[in-house]
Design a protein around this ligand. Structure first.
Ligand SMILES: Nc1ncnc2c1ncn2[C@@H]1O[C@H](COP(=O)(O)OP(=O)(O)OP(=O)(O)O)[C@@H](O)[C@H]1O
Length: 496
């Protein structure tokens, strides 16, 4: 999993009985999704996401295949946010709360395994957290008409938001329930569902008209936000229902502002309009802090919704390009309600100081060793001329010691003896050859009596002249030439 980016999975819900005659909106192949019936658009019709879940996938499949890494990140010290995003009636609530929350809550005696099978991501996440921790602190907020409500308060009052350097943006007066068993979360969700504002719509008669955020905070201070966003919907004129139109306006505004924040983050814009609505204010640190952020984007499977599906896919594709991780320490706490204890921080400081001291010591040793090596090398270089002198002297001494007083070479090793013997033989040969040469030279220096003769061999006639030059006549030209047999020279010109 790419740590620094928003992760996006797309979930295609099954067709409802009333939709069975409709054509398919998309085709899925592996991790690619092709939008059918949209030849008119200039936008992309083919998309790739981190995961694509087909209608057969269950909530457990989504949890295991897509969300478990986010859980592991929380366990190792990051904050995390999981959001369900999609057009109204595409299965966000089914994904977050489960197949039948009402049924689940009405039958608490059902075995846990069975509950988990029908439950939503909120329940599965809480169950996993409670496997690792004795207690999880839980708040349940609702954003309705851009106001924050406490779904767990007896009198659902409007909550104020605060921002500070350690807690980020948070609702300080929200009710906190301590969960010690997953079943307790069912009670929380049931209470929340009762309080939530409901209203019949054209598309989904139990559709929620608000966003909800379930906040699960670990004893370590790390927080997991589970966000069920209200569905976007085209505003249809409904006679006498001003409240409904107002709800839709706020929902669409907050979702559009979420989209603008995602676009600004993707372009790394200087200004991200978080403050334009409560939803993005509360989620600000999920996108900028040291956090893991995952979207589950739900799609309607019918071709009649192609326009809305295209706009959802566009949003999802943009979200995938947003980098979340920031080294800015301002964002590290992200709404943590339990600051890291002082003693723990002091222990960390001590451990870091100790590590620092050890590293410095290792560095000093390393430097000293390198220094010694360098010194040794420098002195070696300085010694080279002296060493050459020493070798010369030694060679000289050996040379001188070869023919010692008694004519033997007692101290030589056998290979040296052999070489010396060879050298002696060579020297004797050279001596005798030098002697031969000397004798030849002496002989040659003796005066030779001058002879003059004429030889005829058919090609030339020869007449021996003084100083051993012989005179010939070239038969073909009739010219005279001269040859000296003792030197081997031949010339036309008469020697002087
Ligand atoms: N994966 C699924 N399997 C079976 N039925 C589903 C699935 N997803 C959704 N449904 C059904 O589709 C209908 C709409 O689902 P749901 O209420 O979860 O949509 P929603 O996106 O939350 O809508 P709204 O935004 O209006 O709240 C419900 O009847 C639900 O039972």
């Amino acid at each position: 999993m790419d740590e620094g980016r928003i992760h996006v999975a797309v979930r295609l819900r099954p067709k409802l009985p009333s939709e069975m005659g409709d054509a398919d909106a998309v085709a899925v192949q592996g991790d690619k999704l092709q939008l059918l019936h949209a030849p008119w658009t200039r936008l992309h019709t083919s998309y790739q996401f981190d995961r694509i879940f087909t209608p057969e996938a269950s909530n457990v499949d989504i949890f295991e295949a897509f969300l478990r890494p986010a859980m592991n990140s929380v366990a190792t010290g990051s904050h995390a946010t999981i959001l369900a995003y999609g057009q109204t009636g595409t299965g966000k609530t089914h994904t977050m709360l489960g197949r039948d929350l009402w049924g689940l809550c009405a039958a608490p005696e059902r075995p846990l395994v069975e509950l988990a099978h029908d439950a939503g991501i909120m329940y599965l996440v809480a169950m996993e957290l409670l496997r690792q921790h004795d207690v999880v602190h839980c708040s349940y907020l609702e954003l309705y008409n851009d106001k924050v409500f406490d779904l767990l308060a007896d009198k659902g009052g409007c909550l104020e938001l605060r921002e500070d350097s350690t807690l980020g943006v948070h609702a300080p007066d929200a009710t906190v329930v301590d969960l010690v068993a997953p079943e307790a979360l069912m009670e929380v969700l049931w209470r929340g569902a009762e309080t939530r504002a409901h209203c019949a719509t054209n598309m989904n008669e139990r559709s929620s008209r608000s966003h909800t955020i379930l906040q699960l905070t670990l004893p370590t201070g790390k927080r997991l936000n589970l966000v069920d966003l209200a569905g976007s919907e085209k505003c249809k004129p409904m006679a006498g229902d001003g409240q409904h139109v107002k709800e839709l306006k706020f929902i669409n505004q907050s979702l559009s502002n979420l989209g603008q924040c995602i676009s600004a983050l993707r372009k790394r814009g200087k200004h991200v309009p978080y403050r334009n609505c409560k939803l993005t204010r509360l989620l600000q640190h999920s996108f900028e802090g040291q956090a893991v952020c995952s979207f589950i984007v739900t799609l309607n499977p019918c071709a009649t919704n192609t326009m809305e599906t295209l706009s959802t896919l566009q949003f999802a594709a943009r979200a995938m390009q947003v980098k979340v991780y920031s080294n800015d320490p301002r964002f590290a706490p992200m709404g943590s309600v339990t600051p890291v204890p002082h003693a723990e921080l002091q222990a960390q400081v001590r451990a870091l100081q100790q590590e620092n001291a050890q590293l410095r010591e290792a560095l000093a040793i390393e430097r000293a060793q390198k220094g010694k090596l360098l010194l040794g090398f420098t002195s070696l270089l300085r010694d080279v001329p002296a060493a050459v002198d020493r070798v010369d002297t030694y060679t000289q001494m050996r040379r001188e010691s070869l023919p010692n007083a008694d004519g033997n070479q007692p101290h030589l090793p056998p290979q040296d003896e052999f070489i010396l013997e060879k050298l002696a033989t060579l020297e004797r040969t050279i001596q005798s050859q030098l002697q031969d040469i000397q004798e030849t030279k002496d002989r040659l220096r003796q005066p030779i009596p001058s002879v003059s003769c004429v030889v005829s061999d058919g090609t030339a006639t020869c007449e021996r002249t003084e100083n051993q030059w012989e005179e010939y006549v070239d038969a073909s030209t009739g010219f005279k030439y001269f040859h000296n047999p003792s030197t081997g020279m031949t010339q036309w010109k008469k020697p002087v």
